[in-house]
Write a protein that binds this ligand. Structure first.
Ligand code: ARG
Length: 465
């Protein structure tokens, strides 16, 4: 537990017996929250500057504390600081060291604040910085998707529904689908910044303080936009933690879906992409194997980030206001999700720069499954002015006939097609061509080459914006 300079917990004046050691272990968060040392020290400096400005502490005490805190910062950076689990968390560890350096004067630091508002201030500052880091990582990732999309505008492949060949698409259109997902992720992270910009510092334990503090001053100095408005809500609120964990989860679900797809496409059966040796691993027994481990890692990690979200929501559900120790684990979940999403985005970029689409195989697969049947039905609607359902039924007959002959519909002759409905004109042969099908999907958001070129231009502007 937290000790003062006499090596006793700060609450030893009230609590007579030493805590059992098993509790000390479970109660300590130092191992993970030491990551907040920079934020903790800079928030403490602003806090004592405000106390001095408000004449709550003297100038000389403030100067001493600021000097002591800067010295501690230096010690931590230079790895000369001893982190002792018995000091419970980063806040107590720094305070204890301050006592060692300054003696009793260190005790002024905790005037008009509690660890409850202190930890939230540190955490929000850390989350703002880290959210911006993820946004940058997303930008870098989208740029690589974009590069690949630009190279593959006229790479034609079958698009799938139910994993069955369905309609021809451009491979770039598929890649752009992921750009859309990551743009939404970016927006989600940006939106989170609004709540993160509310400053918790100064609500103290949970009911505010009778000291004449200036929360607007600390808000400005710590780069928040405004102070939080309700002290009870402030120390109880972990919505912003859930928002972060949710945003990471959705982003990692996107990465996971992409990975699953690439794992399937890389299988010997599909063989739609090739992964180069930088992103495969071997087998310990089967000498011929090249396994897509990095993609499997990306798919698997989403399980952890989603688990972190569920853990936080479960901790919160049913927790009365205001602060409870249950909340301490929020940081471990946040750090875990942050570390995972950062490394996943990095690995994803490696995957994207180290694969090649197997264009021949993609094209070959477009010959399987009558994938221009919808184009044929649409043509019949337009050409013969039939209701879509009638055209659908005629097309089904054409597909059945082709299947009987062991052909796909775009291998049929005009005569064969007309044997089902003699009014169908010869333009049908152009319509059921795979490439023409892609070109024809000009509706807004469709896969036509023209659309893709336009949208790529838009992405280029949006990604850095
Ligand atoms: N390490 C604690 C946490 O992260 C700091 C807050 C402690 N507050 C308290 N009332 N015990 O939750």
């Amino acid at each position: 537990m937290s000790k003062n300079k006499n090596n006793k917990p700060v609450w030893s004046s009230r609590i007579n017996q030493k805590n059992i050691s098993a509790f000390q272990k479970i109660g300590s968060s130092l191992n993970f929250d030491k990551r907040l040392f920079r934020e903790d020290i800079s928030a403490s400096i602003v806090h004592v500057e405000m106390l001095e400005k408000q004449k709550i502490i003297s100038l000389s005490i403030k100067n001493k504390i600021v000097w002591g805190l800067k010295r501690i910062l230096n010690e931590i950076i230079k790895k000369k600081f001893t982190f002792d689990e018995r000091n419970e968390d980063i806040h107590m560890s720094i305070e204890k060291r301050l006592f060692e350096i300054l003696g009793d004067d260190a005790g002024f630091i905790h005037t008009a604040r509690s660890r409850n508002d202190q930890v939230l201030t540190d955490l929000k500052i850390w989350l703002k910085k880290s959210t911006n880091e993820i946004i940058e990582e997303l930008d870098m990732t989208m740029k690589i998707f974009l590069k690949s999309a630009e190279k593959n505008i006229d790479t034609i492949m079958p698009g799938f529904t139910h994993l069955k060949n369905a309609q021809p698409i451009s491979f770039a259109h598929y890649l752009n689908a992921y750009i859309e997902m990551f743009l939404r992720d970016k927006k989600r992270f940006k939106n989170n910044l609004e709540n993160l910009n509310e400053n918790p510092l100064g609500v103290a334990a949970f009911s505010g303080t009778s000291f004449n503090i200036d929360r607007i001053y600390t808000t400005k100095k710590l780069n928040f936009e405004k102070p939080t408005r309700n002290s009870i809500d402030t120390v109880s609120d972990r919505d912003f933690v859930c928002d972060f964990l949710y945003s990471v989860s959705i982003c990692s679900i996107h990465i996971s879906r992409f990975s699953e797809e690439f794992i399937i496409w890389n299988s010997d059966i599909f063989n739609l992409i090739n992964l180069n040796d930088k992103i495969v691993t071997g087998s310990s027994i089967m000498p011929q194997k090249k396994n897509p481990d990095p993609l499997e890692y990306l798919r698997g990690k989403s399980g952890i980030t989603m688990g972190n979200l569920i853990s936080m929501m479960t901790i919160l559900k049913g927790l009365p206001l205001s602060y409870f120790k249950d909340l301490q684990d929020d940081k471990e979940l946040i750090f875990s999700s942050f570390d995972h999403i950062k490394s996943c985005l990095r690995v994803l970029r490696e995957v994207l720069t180290n694969f090649t689409p197997n264009k021949k195989r993609m094209l070959k697969l477009t010959k399987v499954g009558h994938i221009t049947a919808t184009d044929l039905a649409d043509f019949i609607v337009k050409d013969l002015n039939y209701p879509f359902r009638k055209a659908y039924s005629i097309t089904s007959k054409i597909v059945n006939m082709a299947e009987k002959k062991g052909k796909v519909i775009n291998e049929l002759s005009l005569k064969e097609i007309r044997s089902i409905d003699k009014k169908i004109n010869e333009n049908v042969l152009k319509v059921i061509d795979t490439r023409n099908s892609v070109i024809s999907k000009k509706s807004y958001g469709g896969t036509s080459f023209e659309n893709i070129k336009k949208v790529i231009k838009k992405y280029k502007k949006e990604i850095n914006g």
